[in-house]
Design a protein. Sequence first.
Length: 499
Amino acid sequence: MSATLLIDVPDQAGLDSVEIPRLLAQAWKARRSGLLQLDHDGIVHNLLFRRGNPVGFEDSAQAVGFARFLEARGEIDAAQRESAEYLARERPCAEASAVMGLKLLDAPALYRALRAQAQLQIAESLSWESGLYRWLSLPASQEGSTSQTKPHDGLGLLQAELPKRWGLDRLFSSLIPVQEVCGGLDPACLAVTQRLATAGRAAEQALTALGRGHSVGRVLGDCAGDPLAASTLWVTVHSGLLRVSSAPTEPKALDFEVEVAPSTEASPRSASEARSSTRSQSPASNLAPGDAGLREEIVARLEELADLDHYTALQIDREASASQIKKAYFKAAKRYHPDALVRLDLADSREDAARLFARIAEAFEILSDPVKRQAYDQDGQTPNEVDTAQLAQAETSFRKGEVLAKMGNFEGALDYLGPAVELWPEEPAYQAALGWALYKQRRPDLPRATTHLELALASSPEDPVLLYRLGRVLRAAGDSERSAALLARAGGREHLDAE
């Protein structure tokens, strides 16, 4: 990818230097008309544009595959699909023509299906990273035909498809160089931004914050790394919807750590140590594709949860200590918090998770208060007015801090990591993140950074990431002897991170 993202792109180049999404965004920005030809591994896609939006699509294999597309959508059955394919081969003609000739679909349904297939094919090309592209003048024979064709919503397509085709990690990487960009939304494009805002609450929040002059990095942090917010930010910046008033002349030099998995021969670690090590890595490094097992677990727990007492809801014994109750709650928060599911590509389970999390939070609210717990143990009644929103604040704050720290905005991350630690100081991941942000900010606070990293290391004494980080901080503080010992225990990781 090109390091500088706020520039116009040439009329032809390799797809390894200019991403296809940027070509679409730039076409909209320039209100461009013409033919965009994409060549990838022998597959050629021709996208016809009129005033910035795609209005037509052709590819080298377009003559086949349409009937199967219709079958997959449930618009024709297998026998009809075979009839259409046979007729297309015999004539020969495009399968869409065969479908019409056999009267398998009426004209409006056929038109909608052709548009849906074109959008799918454009979306599939967004992830191409090799090949060539070039802009050509629109052939005279097609200029008239496109004038009456309804255009596709190019920006809406990018907003919806980038999280699927790129993933959150790549979106993060592409936004890092423009994290300090800010300005205001172009009032001339109000209808477009309003349409993008209807994609979801995260999109609306991101656009509102941009309109108030907040920076790209800050907005992404406030949205806790939501994929829809990230794609909305990307589209807004690269399409020119954001009138930039402040942008770095070159990408900000960020200090990223290369995380190396501990040796499989190392001694087994506790669950707490494993969580801390995972949390210490970049937030996108431990993302996984949709976990069907977790989705089924949420549904199963919901079915039984209403009939369970508070102790069983938190999966603890009645003799559990206050510390054990708090740990059980935050363990559940990490697994079932609705924000976490979005980052694991399980957004469709968010509503169920919110109900489950509210029930678990209710149990924690009662059992963490000695007076309420005693009353509950005596008569099994739950006091009213449970503030579940406050119980989720620690994890929510931590997630926002994670996003900002990943983008190199350690000062902004401190605004969220500090409150997370105040609410739950026993969580080593929170302590570790706060300690590292205190060290990595522009003016390092070495004493406080040392304190928080030592607290985290006390809970996970063999975590190589924590050993390495504390060793770095102590070396900066002048404690070379202890620093050397910790870095040695970390496995000589110091050469993996630039000073």
